[in-house]
Design a protein around this ligand. Structure first.
Ligand SMILES: Cc1cc2nc3c(=O)[nH]c(=O)nc-3n(C[C@H](O)[C@H](O)[C@H](O)COP(=O)(O)O)c2cc1C
Ligand SMILES: Nc1ncnc2c1ncn2[C@@H]1O[C@H](COP(=O)(O)OP(=O)(O)OP(=O)(O)O)[C@@H](O)[C@H]1O
Length: 303
């Protein structure tokens, strides 16, 4: 898979079939769209391409409305590679880009990426002030001669699946439901940093993770997690919150990795959230906390 960050500077030497969108999270709606793009690209003997953004458009259009991101770019690239996309364009979204008129945008796509076809969702909007829509795309596809695929809404129960819908699930702790809608389980990657070193004394050493502030964090509480370190997987119990029993001041994400004794300060780990175990509790003393931690650990062993 080729990854590029091109803002209409290059001209591709081959034809492409392009999926357009933000694709944060890579949910089942996005998957339908991306799989259809690959299918059509193969049928037409051209390359499949995901055209998306390096930064969320709202981070430029209206910073105060910019959401926390579900999937970091590295993980998104890895997933798209697994799915079988030929090219990914992670476009840096900036002020100049924001002001491209819809018709001009499609002209640029055609001139630079040799477009054979485009796939978008039913509600796709594009171009300056989001003024381009599916109706305009239909007109342009006839005028400019490219194939157009519109994907019908993918729903869960009566709700249309969207990145916003999934962000709400995550913020409210509904990890299992969010995971059912995502291509891969919700995860956080980062470096292990030093904590208060109190966990060790309780017999529950924890890996505190340095997390990216732009990434969405599940609701505070305790989660059953899967931890990846150096291509090996371990069970974990992860606490998100303020540790009110012992500290109450700093917000941390810390994981006790089961059956693991290595010193991993400074090393990168990936935590995948599997299910929510409970709320964070302010215990009367650390003995009560330790008793609960043993229960959490036994829960994880049974999974
Ligand atoms: C699985 C797990 C569950 C936890 N649950 C709670 C809790 O309910 N209440 C609380 O005050 N602290 C909780 N903690 C935080 C501990 O108090 C914390 O791990 C300990 O203070 C060690 O911190 P340190 O890593 O900074 O040394 C939990 C930690 C883990 C790993
Ligand atoms: N549930 C869905 N069914 C079909 N197509 C979808 C669905 N969700 C998104 N799409 C399409 O996938 C592409 C990328 O969607 P995009 O990430 O921009 O929006 P979204 O998933 O609805 O998230 P947001 O909540 O941020 O609007 C768009 O073309 C969009 O129309």
């Amino acid at each position: 898979m080729i990854v590029m960050e091109d803002k209409f500077n290059i001209v591709l030497p081959y034809k492409t079939y392009v999926a357009l969108g933000n694709f944060d999270g890579l949910h089942i709606g996005h998957m339908e769209l991306i799989n259809k793009t690959i299918e059509h690209a193969k049928k037409n003997n051209v390359k499949s391409m995901v055209y998306t953004f390096k930064n969320h458009p709202l981070s430029i259009i209206n910073r105060s409305l910019a959401p926390k991101i579900i999937l970091d770019n590295n993980t998104k690239i890895q997933c798209l590679n697994e799915i079988g996309i030929d090219l990914v364009n992670l476009v840096p979204f900036d002020y100049e880009y924001m002001n491209i008129e819809p018709r001009k945008f499609i002209e640029l796509l055609i001139n630079h990426y040799n477009i054979n076809g485009i796939t978008v969702g039913f509600n796709f909007k594009f171009g300056k002030k989001n003024s381009g829509n599916v109706k305009l795309l239909k007109e342009l596809s006839i005028e400019m001669g490219f194939e157009l695929n519109i994907i019908d809404p993918i729903k869960i129960d009566e709700d249309i699946v969207s990145s916003t819908y999934i962000r709400n699930l995550i913020s409210n702790g509904y990890i299992e439901k969010a995971n059912k809608l995502l291509y891969s389980e919700l995860s956080l990657s980062g470096k292990v940093i030093e904590g208060k070193k109190f966990g060790n004394k309780m017999g529950f050493p924890t890996a505190n993770i340095e997390f990216d502030q732009s990434i969405i964090i599940p609701k505070a509480g305790v989660y059953y997690t899967k931890v990846q370190y150096k291509n090996k997987f371990y069970k974990g119990i992860t606490n998100i919150g303020y540790s009110p029993t012992v500290d109450g001041k700093n917000f941390t994400i810390e994981t006790h990795i089961l059956d693991f004794q290595e010193n991993i300060y400074g090393k990168d780990i990936k935590i995948s959230f599997i299910s929510r175990i409970r709320d964070e509790i302010k215990f009367n003393n650390i003995y009560e906390l330790m008793e609960q931690l043993n229960k959490d650990k036994n829960f994880a062993y049974k999974q």
